[in-house]
Design a protein around this ligand. Structure first.
Ligand SMILES: Nc1ncnc2c1ncn2[C@@H]1O[C@H](COP(=O)(O)OP(=O)(O)O)[C@@H](O)[C@H]1O
Ligand SMILES: [Mg+2]
Length: 315
């Protein structure tokens, strides 16, 4: 991919706190136009990476390209085209949603006061808060507050949005609101880089993902590419489970018994071993097969394997 096709690119990006490598030599490649999920358990280095991308913290070493510029060198040219929501929006609770945005807009000295109202109303419209524009922000639900934070990031036209765990702490309804907002932003051509510790969420929202674990980038690519990195499993339902297990072991697999001892599963861990070969071996051994199922590796299996942690998939 050419540099011009990327919204974010890092090379060997590293951030050290004391003795800890919070971000350890990561090479991120975020294509323009993607909804890119930055996935990893708590403490894996997502927020630190995002702070460095935005120039809020300096890198210990490595390079960052954001849109067409090098960070932090070209920050003044690049950052106006980047909207960000990091660690929750700073909202004035006793001001209305609209008044909050007017303040944020006024705080940016590059903006023209004459067109402020229009910018603010458009941003409210974009995140679906027009109806609540006059309501004080303390009466907003968490989902509405988060959308107000995103509206703030949208006061100027943006080529790239960087959102750090935008659904954190939201109820299912708020989560849905933010998720569908992110999709609609992407439909308008904005690149969205969104971090999350929830696999299910990233799977629903994103076209590409990168997976962080303990400061390292352990996988990166499209959802399909990541799925295909795992191994498939076979699941055999049979009254002859003990015999089935023996046959699978004979093929070099490591079968497990489930259910009331009538289900045997095994990961197809032997290189080149096809499901049909397994089935034929069972038939040859006269194992009575009631059910034979092949399942691709789930993303969840894949992530547990990559990060050594269970992901909260309840989403
Ligand atoms: N300012 C800081 N000083 C020292 N350690 C930090 C600081 N910020 C983050 N860390 C550490 O860096 C690691 C990564 O944190 P963070 O980037 O917040 O992870 P995530 O956003 O994935 O939960 C954690 O171990 C955290 O304690
Ligand atoms: Mg974080």
């Amino acid at each position: 991919m050419n540099a011009g096709e990327l919204a974010i690119e890092t090379r060997g990006l590293t951030k050290v706190f004391g003795r800890q490598r919070a971000v350890d030599s990561i090479d991120l490649t975020v294509p323009r136009g993607s909804v890119f999920g930055f996935l990893g358990p708590n403490g894996s280095g997502k927020t630190t990476t995002i702070r460095v991308l935005l120039g809020l913290a300096s890198a210990t070493s490595g390079e960052v390209r954001l849109l067409d510029g090098e960070m932090p060198h070209d920050a003044r040219a690049v950052l106006p085209r980047v909207g960000a929501l990091v660690e929750g929006p700073a909202i004035y609770p006793f001001l209305s949603g609209r008044a909050n945005l007017q303040r944020f807009d006024a705080a940016d000295r590059r903006t023209d006061p004459a067109t402020r109202s229009r910018r603010v109303d458009e941003a409210l419209e974009r995140v679906g808060l027009s109806h609540a524009a006059k309501k004080r922000a303390h009466a907003y639900s968490l989902g509405m507050k988060q959308r107000l934070g995103i509206a703030n990031a949208l006061l100027a036209p943006r080529d790239l949005l960087i959102l750090d765990e935008p659904t954190n702490g939201l109820d299912p309804q708020g989560t849905r609101e933010v998720r569908s907002l992110i999709r609609s932003l992407s439909d308008d051509g904005t690149t969205v880089f969104v971090s999350s510790h929830l696999l299910a969420e990233v799977e629903q929202m994103c076209t590409r993902i990168a997976v962080m674990s303990a400061g390292r980038l352990v996988a990166q690519g499209t959802l399909d590419e990541l799925r295909s990195g795992g191994t498939a499993r076979v699941r055999v339902t049979t009254p002859d489970a003990a015999e089935a297990r023996r046959v699978l072991t004979g093929l070099g697999l490591t079968p497990e018994l489930h259910g009331h001892d009538d289900v045997v599963t095994a990961e197809l861990s032997v290189a080149g071993l096809q499901p049909e070969t397994v089935n034929a071996a069972l038939v040859r051994a006269e194992v009575r097969v009631r059910g034979f199922e092949v399942r691709g590796a789930s993303l969840e299996d894949r992530f547990v394997a990559l990060t050594g942690e269970g992901f909260d998939v309840a989403g």
